[in-house]
Write a protein that binds this ligand. Structure first.
Ligand SMILES: Cc1cc2nc3c(=O)[nH]c(=O)nc-3n(C[C@H](O)[C@H](O)[C@H](O)COP(=O)(O)O)c2cc1C
Length: 324
């Protein structure tokens, strides 16, 4: 399948694996890229720019295909060494970066001067238009159903994607709630040029996370995610567990007086305990409603091949068949 996204990134299939904290290591990025999609290493999971350089080198040993690095601009008080991370990306010869979290404008000149293609992930049409206006090459439009941070507008992809298509000139992928060939065809119909998946790629053989995480996703339904941190305007969609229950109780009790310090125990530094050690109640971790559509743990190649075959069958048989 050829779309503006496959052309832009030089990939076979219009399927991207979004950056994921403590999931997006070289093993997963390489597996996705080798399967014809675009794998992405999560920059900030690497503690220093030097660590990121090593991770990029590891990925390069595992794939000859294009892969990218995610740079998430956090609302943190002490900002990570973003210029250092960008240098590691440039020196590592990576030419695709997924930005997220905040407006990437301060860092765009450094990225664009190095010939890097930037896809910015955002949750609203206005942010997508801003990304287009500052020179991003593409955007990833993250609907309300997505795992991670859906923003504060709560617009699901059935509305958000066609709205993005009405306004944007640059290519965009649909992100949030994408799992299979049906998702891909639906997103293409709504005007997107491909899909970005997070949660679906965690439940794969190559995702370097504890088996408990994969089992939790397969075992979950579309009813099992919760929104947290809304009072802090830092809303995150996470899988329900004991820590999330505790956190929601605090949110109810403290209302608008809630401060980050109140929920520190449930959200700070919990990812390694969950993703590496499989301690599923250690804290809140991002997960999409799409868990309800995830029933197995295939290899990335099996997953991507299946999505493409299913999409083709839907287009050639079901949709064309409807026209008689
Ligand atoms: C466990 C997990 C961790 C994530 N971490 C990040 C991150 O560090 N940076 C980022 O830009 N997006 C992050 N995301 C969001 C994904 O890249 C992607 O946009 C989202 O998962 C899409 O929704 P889906 O889960 O319904 O596919 C994360 C998602 C998950 C599930």
């Amino acid at each position: 399948m050829k779309t503006r996204i496959t052309e832009l990134f030089g990939i076979k299939h219009p399927i991207i694996q979004g950056g994921m904290h403590y999931v997006g290591f070289a093993e997963l990025a390489a597996a996705v890229s080798n399967a014809g999609g675009l794998g992405i290493i999560t920059g900030l999971t690497q503690k220093t720019p030097a660590d990121l350089a090593l991770e990029i080198a590891r990925c390069r040993e595992m794939t000859q295909k294009p892969f990218g690095v995610n740079l998430t601009f956090l609302p943190a008080i002490a900002s990570p060494d973003y210029p250092g991370y960008i240098n590691a990306i440039i020196d590592g010869g990576v030419n695709i970066v997924e930005t997220a979290g905040r407006n990437p404008e301060p860092y765009l000149p450094q990225l664009k001067d190095a010939g890097i293609k930037v896809i910015h992930k955002c949750t609203s049409v206005r942010h997508a238009l801003k990304a287009e206006s500052i020179g991003c090459d593409a955007v990833s439009v993250d609907g309300f159903e997505c795992g991670g941070h859906p923003g504060e507008d709560d617009i699901p992809n059935m509305i958000l994607l066609p709205r993005a298509a009405e306004e944007l000139k640059i290519p965009f992928v649909a992100s949030g709630g994408q799992a299979d060939g049906r998702s891909l065809v639906a997103s293409l119909s709504l005007g997107a040029d491909g899909i970005n998946m997070g949660t679906r790629f965690i439940a794969t053989q190559e995702a370097p996370v504890h088996e408990n995480v994969k089992k939790a996703i397969v075992g979950a339904t579309e009813l099992d995610t919760r929104l947290i941190m809304r009072p802090l305007r830092n809303t995150e969609r996470v899988l329900h567990n004991a820590a999330v229950e505790r956190l929601i109780e605090k949110e109810k009790r403290l209302g608008d007086n809630l401060k980050f310090e109140d929920i520190f125990g449930e959200v700070a530094g919990v990812y390694p305990k969950i993703m590496a050690e499989g301690d599923m109640d250690a804290g809140a971790w991002s997960c999409g409603m799409v868990a309800g559509l995830i029933h197995d743990i295939p290899t990335c190649k099996e997953l991507i091949d299946r999505i493409m075959a299913e999409a083709e069958a839907i287009i050639r048989k079901r949709l064309i068949g409807l026209l008689g």
